[in-house]
Design a protein around this ligand. Structure first.
Ligand code: IPE
Ligand code: IPE
Ligand code: MG
Length: 268
């Protein structure tokens, strides 16, 4: 058997292990490792960002094919402005270019696009393409793609606190009414269910200010693969790992024998 055939077979074997009934509805991804991927190859970091775009396209297709309903990707954090201006400018141009080139296909695939984050500091050119993409795809129902740009979880929480404080001081709400539901309704992700699964590539074991509220009970999968090398196969590995988890939400594992709890007396 040729090497290609062996790899193909391995891929097929893996996808048959996925339980189609237990696919996460919402997957969030921290697409990390573009720069290191390029540097390792002796290339400028921009090559990694370019390659990363193709990977995102593959993962959108793969997650949709599997039956996921929402994909939320971290493309640019509030902290990424601290990078050299050349890299920031490159990324902003890349977002605009990719969106311009891909939006028709995204629309044809019935994907709704939403940008999450504070768009204010971005150039008009990018904002215009973002708004027109959101407007073009707003009635698509098959799949939701959230792209987080100039997004920070802390900033989002502060924004919600501010909105609620303003509503309280104007008398629109009573401070005693503030609860999780009301808080949720002011989030940038309002109306979207929390991710069941968070994937971070490149081996880093941190959240980096991503969806701090929404990830409260998400399963976390860290892949050592750098984002430009990530693919459908690696994505399936993450899904299979997720399906092996026992999600207890603070409770206990459901056991076949319900009466398994017995009040044990301490014997001294
Ligand atoms: C992720 O890759 C992309 C963005 C943050 C825009 P990085 O650019 O962080 O790549 P590394 O982590 O430096 O390798
Ligand atoms: C997180 O990656 C942000 C994005 C992927 C857009 P970073 O590379 O910015 O995170 P740190 O600096 O390793 O925490
Ligand atoms: Mg990084």
């Amino acid at each position: 058997m040729s090497l290609e055939k062996i790899i193909d077979k391995k891929k097929k074997d893996l996808s048959t292990k996925i339980d189609k009934q237990k696919v996460p509805e919402h997957v969030a991804i921290i697409m990390d490792g573009n720069g290191r991927w390029a540097t390792k190859k002796g290339l400028p970091r921009s090559y990694g960002h370019n390659k990363g775009v193709n990977v995102l396209k593959e993962i959108i297709k793969a997650s949709k094919k599997l039956g996921c309903k929402v994909l939320t990707v971290y493309a640019f954090s509030t902290e990424n402005w601290t990078r050299p201006k050349k890299e920031v400018d490159f990324l902003i141009n890349l977002f605009a270019e990719v969106l311009k080139n891909e939006i028709e296909e995204i629309h044809q695939e019935y994907i709704k696009m939403k940008f999450i984050g504070d768009l204010t500091p971005f150039p008009e050119k990018l904002k215009k393409i973002i708004f027109s993409s959101e407007s073009l795809t707003k009635n698509n129902k098959t799949f939701l793609l959230n792209v987080c740009v100039n997004y920070g979880g802390r900033q989002e929480i502060v924004k919600v606190a501010k909105e609620l404080a303003l509503k309280s001081s104007s008398g629109e709400i009573n401070p005693s009414e503030v609860n999780e539901e009301l808080f949720n309704s002011e989030l940038l992700t309002q109306g979207i269910k929390d991710p069941e699964l968070l994937i971070r590539t490149s081996g880093e074991k941190r959240i980096s200010n991503f969806l701090l509220w929404q990830l409260a009970y998400s399963e976390i999968y860290i892949s050592d693969v750098l984002w430009p090398d990530f693919n459908e196969f690696e994505f399936h590995k993450a899904i299979i790992d997720y399906q092996s988890r026992n999600r207890r939400f603070g409770g206990i594992e459901s056991l076949p024998n319900e009466s398994s709890f017995e009040d044990s007396k301490c014997s001294s």
